[in-house]
Design a protein around this ligand. Structure first.
Ligand SMILES: Nc1ncnc2c1ncn2[C@@H]1O[C@H](COP(=O)(O)OP(=O)(O)O)[C@@H](O)[C@H]1O
Ligand SMILES: [Mg+2]
Length: 186
């Protein structure tokens, strides 16, 4: 019989990191994932860019496609979380009602869902411009960039709001990890 070394001694949960492009969602998600793994947790990261290559291949950036993308990711996250995995989801998810649908979907199976707003201001994100999207938008190469010429609906009551412009990566990772400990998820 094979045994695994991962602990499902804590309940699974979905931790959605929403925010503008270059806010720090991916960086924080992988940082927290590493901490959780180090403590023997089962962890998955469903990163927006990765997911769009497979699960959401063919979807674009219209409102309808963005909603479909978020619901698909939400469904996969819920299945994993319901089965004891800590799921980190660094995905923009610009629309409040779309995020709310994911929360409700988790409520139906009494699966924990936490919303983290990575609240880096646009001025900081556009200077970081990790993927060059802000520059491309400014040059007219793309349109429909969240926070610039496409909506971003700020979460009103997130479980945690991180100001990554005012702190380093390790502080942001610590803050989220501390929340998970407080909620007895880590
Ligand atoms: N406190 C912080 N938390 C997260 N990222 C930060 C922080 N401070 C600076 N950064 C930097 O901001 C960038 C965020 O990029 P990324 O995580 O890819 O953003 P997103 O996934 O939101 O598009 C990285 O280069 C990261 O090193
Ligand atoms: Mg990212």
């Amino acid at each position: 019989m094979t045994t695994h070394s991962f602990c499902t001694c804590r309940p699974g949960a979905t931790v959605w990191l929403t925010g503008l492009p270059s806010a720090g969602k991916t960086t924080i998600a992988y940082g927290v994932a590493e901490r959780l793994r180090h403590h023997g947790r089962r962890v998955e990261v469903l990163d927006g860019d990765e997911v769009r290559r497979f699960l959401s291949a063919g979807l674009g950036f219209s409102r309808a496609d963005r909603d479909t993308n978020v619901q698909r990711i939400g469904m996969v996250a819920e299945v994993l979380a319901r089965n004891g995995t800590a799921v980190l989801v660094p995905v923009i998810a610009p629309y409040a009602d779309s995020r709310e649908m994911v929360r409700k979907h988790h409520e139906k199976s009494a699966t924990t869902y936490l919303e983290v707003h990575v609240a880096t201001p646009l001025e900081v994100c556009s200077v970081r411009d990790v993927k060059g999207l802000y520059a491309r938008q400014a040059a007219g190469g793309i349109s429909g960039l969240t926070g610039v010429d496409d909506p971003y609906e700020v979460p009103e009551t997130p479980d945690l709001r991180l100001g990554t412009h005012a702190e380093g990566v390790s502080e942001s990772v610590d803050a989220l990890y501390t929340l998970l400990v407080e909620r007895e998820l880590a």
